[in-house]
Write a protein that binds this ligand. Sequence first.
Ligand code: WTA
Length: 656
Amino acid sequence: MSNIESVLNETRVFPPPEAMVKQANVSGMAAYKAMCDEAERDFEGFWARLARENLLWSKPFTKTLDESGAPFYKWFHDGELNASYNCLDRHLKTQPDKVAIIFEADDGKVTKVTYKELYHRVCQFANGLKSLGIKQGERVLVYMPMSIEAVVAMQACARIGATHSVVFGGFSAKSLQERIIDAGAIAVICADGQFRGGKEIPLKPAVDEALAMGGCESIRDVVVYKRSGSPVAMNAPRDKWWHDVTQGQAQDCEPTWVNAEHPLFILYTSGSTGKPKGVQHSTGGFLLQAMLTMKWVFDYKPTDVFWCTADVGWVTGHTYIAYGPLAVGATEVVFEGVPTYPDAGRFWKMIQDHKVNVFYTAPTAIRSLIKAGGDLPKKYDLSSLRILGTVGEPINPEAWMWYHETVGGSRCPIVDTWWQTETGGHMITPLPGVTPLVPGSCTLALPGIMAAIVDETGQDVPNGQGGLLVIKRPWPSMIRTIWGDPERYKKSYFPEELGGKLYLAGDGSLRDKETGYFRIVGRIDDVLNVSGHRLGTMEIESALVANSRLVAEAAVVGRPDDMTGEAVVAFVVLKGHRPTGDEAKALAKELRDWVAKEIGPIAKPKEIRFGDNLPKTRSGKIMRRLLRAIARGEEITQDISTLENPAILDQLKQTL
Ligand code: WTA
C-alpha cells in the first residue's frame, strides 16, 4: 500500500515540453480531446476512419463493429488483409533500404537488416513452412530466443495465415507441453539454444522433453534455428534445421489474405485458476491498435530508432517488436541479452551506440538498474532520447523520478502505459505532446477507449473512490476469446455480476478527484505481478502439490518486494514431518527447483515456509488473508475466531 499512498500524495506535475508539443503527432490537449469527442459522437465511424487510413486491405470492410454475438465482438469482419503484408510489403517501394531491425547479440555483435532483406527472409521462411505443409488456421508454437529469426518466424506464420503461439524461452518443458496440447499446435519453431548474460541456455532439449511427455502427437515438425551451435539431438524426420527449410526457397511469397477476425496469434497468460488462458487475438483490430499507439503514444517519426526491451514471449514483444514498429516502418532495436551484462550500463551503452530515440522498458528493470548502478547513465551520451516508456506494473515515484532525470535528462516525457495481454495494445497512457505527467499515474484513456471505475455491481464510482477498472465499449485490439474455452472468456472478462457488458480488467484502480487521472492499485484476483510477469497463485500451488512425493498441501500468496514489485511466498505442508533447520533449507531448495521445472524459473517462490497445517476455517477453507499478513510480516489484527487451528500461525511466522 505504501506505493499507492505515495502516488496518491504525489503533487509533482510535469507538463509536456513546448518543443515536444509542437512536433507531436497528437499535439496538445485540444487535439486529444477532439479525437475523444469524435469517438464519443460516432464510435464506429471513428474506428472505421482509422482502420481505413492505417491498414492496407485486400478487400475493404463495409461493417465496422458487429455486436450481435456480444461479448464475442467482431471488428471489420467482412474485410480481408494480411498482417505481414501490412508490416513489410507496404515499405518495399517507399523505403526498401531503411534498416528495419538492429539486432544486438548478448556478446555485443550487431547485425542489421533492411526492410527489403527482412521481407525476403520472411518470404523464404514462409515458403519453407508451406513446403512442410503448414496451412492457414493451423497453430505453430514458437520457442525462440530474442533474435531477428524470432520476428521472421512470427511474420512468416502471419504471412501464410498460420496462427502463432509464442512461449517465452524461460518457460519449462512442462509449460511448453501444456501449451502445445491446448493450442493443438502442429509444428514447433525453436532454436538450439540462446545466450543471456554470457551464458548459453539450451532451448531444443526442452522441446524434446515436452514432446516426450506425451499428448503432443499433433506436432509434425520441429524447425530448429542454429544459434548456439552446441550439439542437439535431431530426431529425423520430425526435426529439421531452419537453414535446410529455407534452402532454395523463393524470396517472394504471395501473402494469404485472411479475414480481419482471423486469429493472428494465441498468447498464454495467467489467470485466477491453475490453467493458463490462451488469449486469442485478431488480425485487423490488433494491427490497427499496434499502429495507432506507435503513432500516438510513441509519437513515431520516420527518423526514429525505437527500442522495446521486452521479450517476444510476452505481449509487449508482440505488439511493440514483432508488429507495431514494422507496420509503421520504424527502425527498431532487438536485443538478445540482459540489462546487467557485461555490466549494468548495457542499456545506456546501447542507447548511445544505436542513437535510440524512444525507449520502452519495465519498472522492474529500472529498479534493478538503479540498484546496480544508479550513476551509470551519466557515463553515456543519452541525448538521442526523446521519449521514455514503461509497462507491466505500477512504477513507484522514486523510480519514475530517476528514470526522468538520470536517463531522460529531465527532457523526455515518460509514457506509463497501462494495458494487458488481453487488450492487445496501450489503453490508458499519457501522450508525450499532450498530457501533464504525474509520477506513478498512467493518466488518461486513449481516444475511443471507454475506461471507467465501477463497484461490484457495475455502477460507476465517483472520482477519488477506488473500484474495479472496466472498459465499457469493445475496442479493435481486444481479446476475441480464450482459445478453446469461450465460457471462461465470458466468465472472466464479462461477468454477470457487473451486468455482462463491461470488460473487467482484473485491476483495482482509482481516479484523481480533479484531473480524473487513473492510478492502478494492483490486481483484484489471485494473480501476482512479479517483475512485470503475470503469475497465477493457483498455478504455483498446483505445481507444488503436483510433487506428490513431498507435498501434502500448499498455499501461495504475494508480498510487496522492493525490486520485483511482488514476490511469491509459499506455505507448504509436507507429507510426513515438518522440517526445520538445514533439512528445511534443503527441502525448500528442492521445491523451488521443482516449481522451476513445472512452470519456469520466473515462478520460483522467493520464500517457502513449512507448517504442520495451513490456517483454515472450521469449514476447511484456507484463510489466505492471514497468510498474506504473515508473508508481509504484519501483526495479525484480523478476527481469528473462526480459525480452526490458531497455533499454526506461530509456526508459519518463522522464516528459514
Ligand atoms: C499490470 C502487460 C500499472 C496490470 C502489457 C495489468 C500495469 C497486468 C501497467 C497485465 C501500468 C500493466 N501500471 N500496472 N502501466 N501495465 N500493468 O498481461 O496489473 O503481462 O493487469 O500485459 O500488468 O500484464 P500483461
